[in-house]
Write a protein that binds this ligand. Structure first.
Ligand SMILES: Nc1ncnc2c1ncn2[C@@H]1O[C@H](COP(=O)(O)OP(=O)(O)OP(=O)(O)O)[C@@H](O)[C@H]1O
Length: 302
């Protein structure tokens, strides 16, 4: 179990904190989707876990032990598959794996077994003799994944591992990561792609401007979120609608994030009584992107 308690971080000379009071728990067998727009603090958080940044305030523990102690005793319990390539471009796939397995201090017998398993896992068998620099974007990410998995880590961190990857490799990478958690690892998966988080995560943390805005199982987050009523009609305006909730104007429709306890019926009845003819109405709970927008008043892709 990984636990972060009130983690805070400010880069030197920065005027605001990159992380503030971040508390999260990730049990084994769980994928925590870390969702946030550019600059939210995802990489800063992952850099703490990978050991690239030292803790300034707060606490990080693995199975109750401080992270620094765990890293000092057994650095290979935690692995990071970064956004950028993390291998030697001039070496082949097989040479890279051999090189990283040796650097990780695996015994000779274990080394061979792990290289075979990780090559198969990332489906890189047919590329074993290919120089890494010649691989496609998707295959490079798969090599990153295979290297990260060599020491059989218990905590895996993925920082946007599918950026610039073709759809087939993207689906493969997501399935592979899910299966790691099913095999008992704790996984943190940072992304600003909502569809990926929905596909892969058991729990979701929405991070914005260094703070966790919501955290919990995806279904629970969505079921606690507000109801959204989308309306198309002539004669609508923000003032008329704002008594029902928070209002946004789209190109052809109005969206109302309804106040707690307000359903669509009273809104439609009130508008009808005021002589407004509603052409179209849609009603439902927020999806993850809408929840994010309601919380932050920003799009994930801003
Ligand atoms: N080396 C640095 N020095 C100063 N400020 C930094 C540094 N690295 C990041 N920041 C700032 O810290 C905040 C969090 O950045 P971070 O890179 O962790 O966000 P992110 O969610 O990973 O974004 P992205 O999706 O763009 O990678 C941002 O305001 C960013 O400008």
């Amino acid at each position: 179990m990984l636990e972060l308690h009130q983690l805070g971080y400010r880069y030197p000379h920065a005027d605001k904190a990159a992380l503030a009071d971040v508390s999260l728990a990730v049990p084994r067998g769980c994928v925590l989707g870390l969702l946030g727009p550019n600059g939210a603090g995802k990489t800063t958080l992952i850099s703490h876990l990978s050991g690239a940044l030292a803790v300034q305030s707060g606490d990080i523990r693995i199975d109750g032990q401080p992270l620094q102690q765990v890293r000092a005793k057994a650095p290979t319990r935690i692995a990071v598959a970064p956004q950028d390539q993390a291998f030697y471009p001039m070496l082949t796939v097989a040479e890279n794996l051999a090189c990283f397995a040796a650097a990780g201090g695996l015994s000779r017998a274990r080394k061979k077994a792990r290289i075979d398993i990780c090559t198969q896992f990332a489906q890189l068998e047919q590329f074993a003799g290919v120089r890494a620099e010649r691989l496609s974007g998707g295959l490079k990410r798969r090599l990153n994944l295979a290297i990260a998995l060599l020491p059989e880590p218990e905590l895996m961190l993925f920082d946007e591992p599918t950026v610039g990857v073709d759809p087939q490799s993207r689906a493969f990478i997501l399935d592979a990561i899910k299966s790691l958690a099913q095999a008992g690892a704790a996984v943190i998966y940072a992304s600003h792609y909502m569809e990926e988080i929905e596909a892969i995560a058991d729990r979701v943390a929405i991070l914005d401007q260094g703070r966790v805005l919501r955290e919990g199982p995806l279904d629970a987050l969505l079921s606690q979120s507000a109801m959204l009523l989308t309306l198309a009609a002539d004669g609508l305006d923000a003032q008329r609608l704002s008594r029902f909730g928070t209002v946004e104007q789209g190109a052809a429709h109005w969206r109302i994030h309804l106040n707690a306890g307000t359903g669509p019926g009273p809104v439609l009845a009130a508008l009808e009584a005021e002589g407004i003819e509603v052409r179209q109405a849609e009603f439902g709970r927020h999806d993850l992107e809408q929840l994010f927008m309601a919380l932050t008043h920003r799009s994930l892709r801003d």
